[in-house]
Design a protein around this ligand. Sequence first.
Ligand code: FAD
Length: 197
Amino acid sequence: MRKCLALIFLLPLFLLGAADFDCVVIGTSPISMLEAISRAFSGEKVLLLDQAAEAGGAWKSIRACDISHVDMGCHQLVGSTPEVKAFLEKYVGCKMVPMEKPFEMWNGHSEYYFSRGCYELIHNLEKIIAKTPIVYLLNHSVDTVFMQGGTLTVEAQGKRYTTHRIITVPSSFFNLEGILPKRTAPQPSFNSSQKKR
Ligand SMILES: Cc1cc2nc3c(=O)[nH]c(=O)nc-3n(C[C@H](O)[C@H](O)[C@H](O)COP(=O)(O)OP(=O)(O)OC[C@H]3O[C@@H](n4cnc5c(N)ncnc54)[C@H](O)[C@@H]3O)c2cc1C
């Protein structure tokens, strides 16, 4: 009887240990990269992947008019309080500079930005990731996620990775087979009352 009870309690632990990764992070916007780093520092085995060739999500920089690392779109660090500035300087190694005329929508809490634009943030986060055991895969689109044998299985580029936890963001799209109906990209909508005006 005791042996049976021990088996019942140990079986989930055995199953938990059977996955390739403790956590799979889908997407590489700064928040996803920081999440992956934080988990790796806590000792978790992390897989970080993105379908894009370059990291950053909406914070990716581009080459424009022969100039490298141009911010894609207009960026401002929402909530860049002195504490956020100190964190980014101390832990991410960014040089933060005051903004001369921050867009005032966020009540004056957007006062600092990266001296070399968002490239500086993404590049520095990639340097930190390179020093961790995180398995970091760009050009890897997650097509499907499904449950198998008590673990989650992530399918990307024809390969399968098992994990106990998946961290994703609202703008990531993939098929949740047997878990939820397929998530599809939301269609752009507009307010019809605004249209009439
Ligand atoms: C031009 C622009 C400017 C912005 N400026 C600001 C700003 O100044 N301040 C601010 O706070 N916010 C800004 N935002 C909002 C921005 O969306 C957020 O700051 C943040 O990037 C959102 O992060 P996210 O991870 O949710 O999505 P995203 O940044 O969109 O990242 C999602 C990532 O997931 C990847 N992905 C999606 N599906 C899959 C899949 N199936 N498999 C693998 N990878 C996948 C994508 O390739 C992408 O890299 C801006 C957005 C845009 C578009």
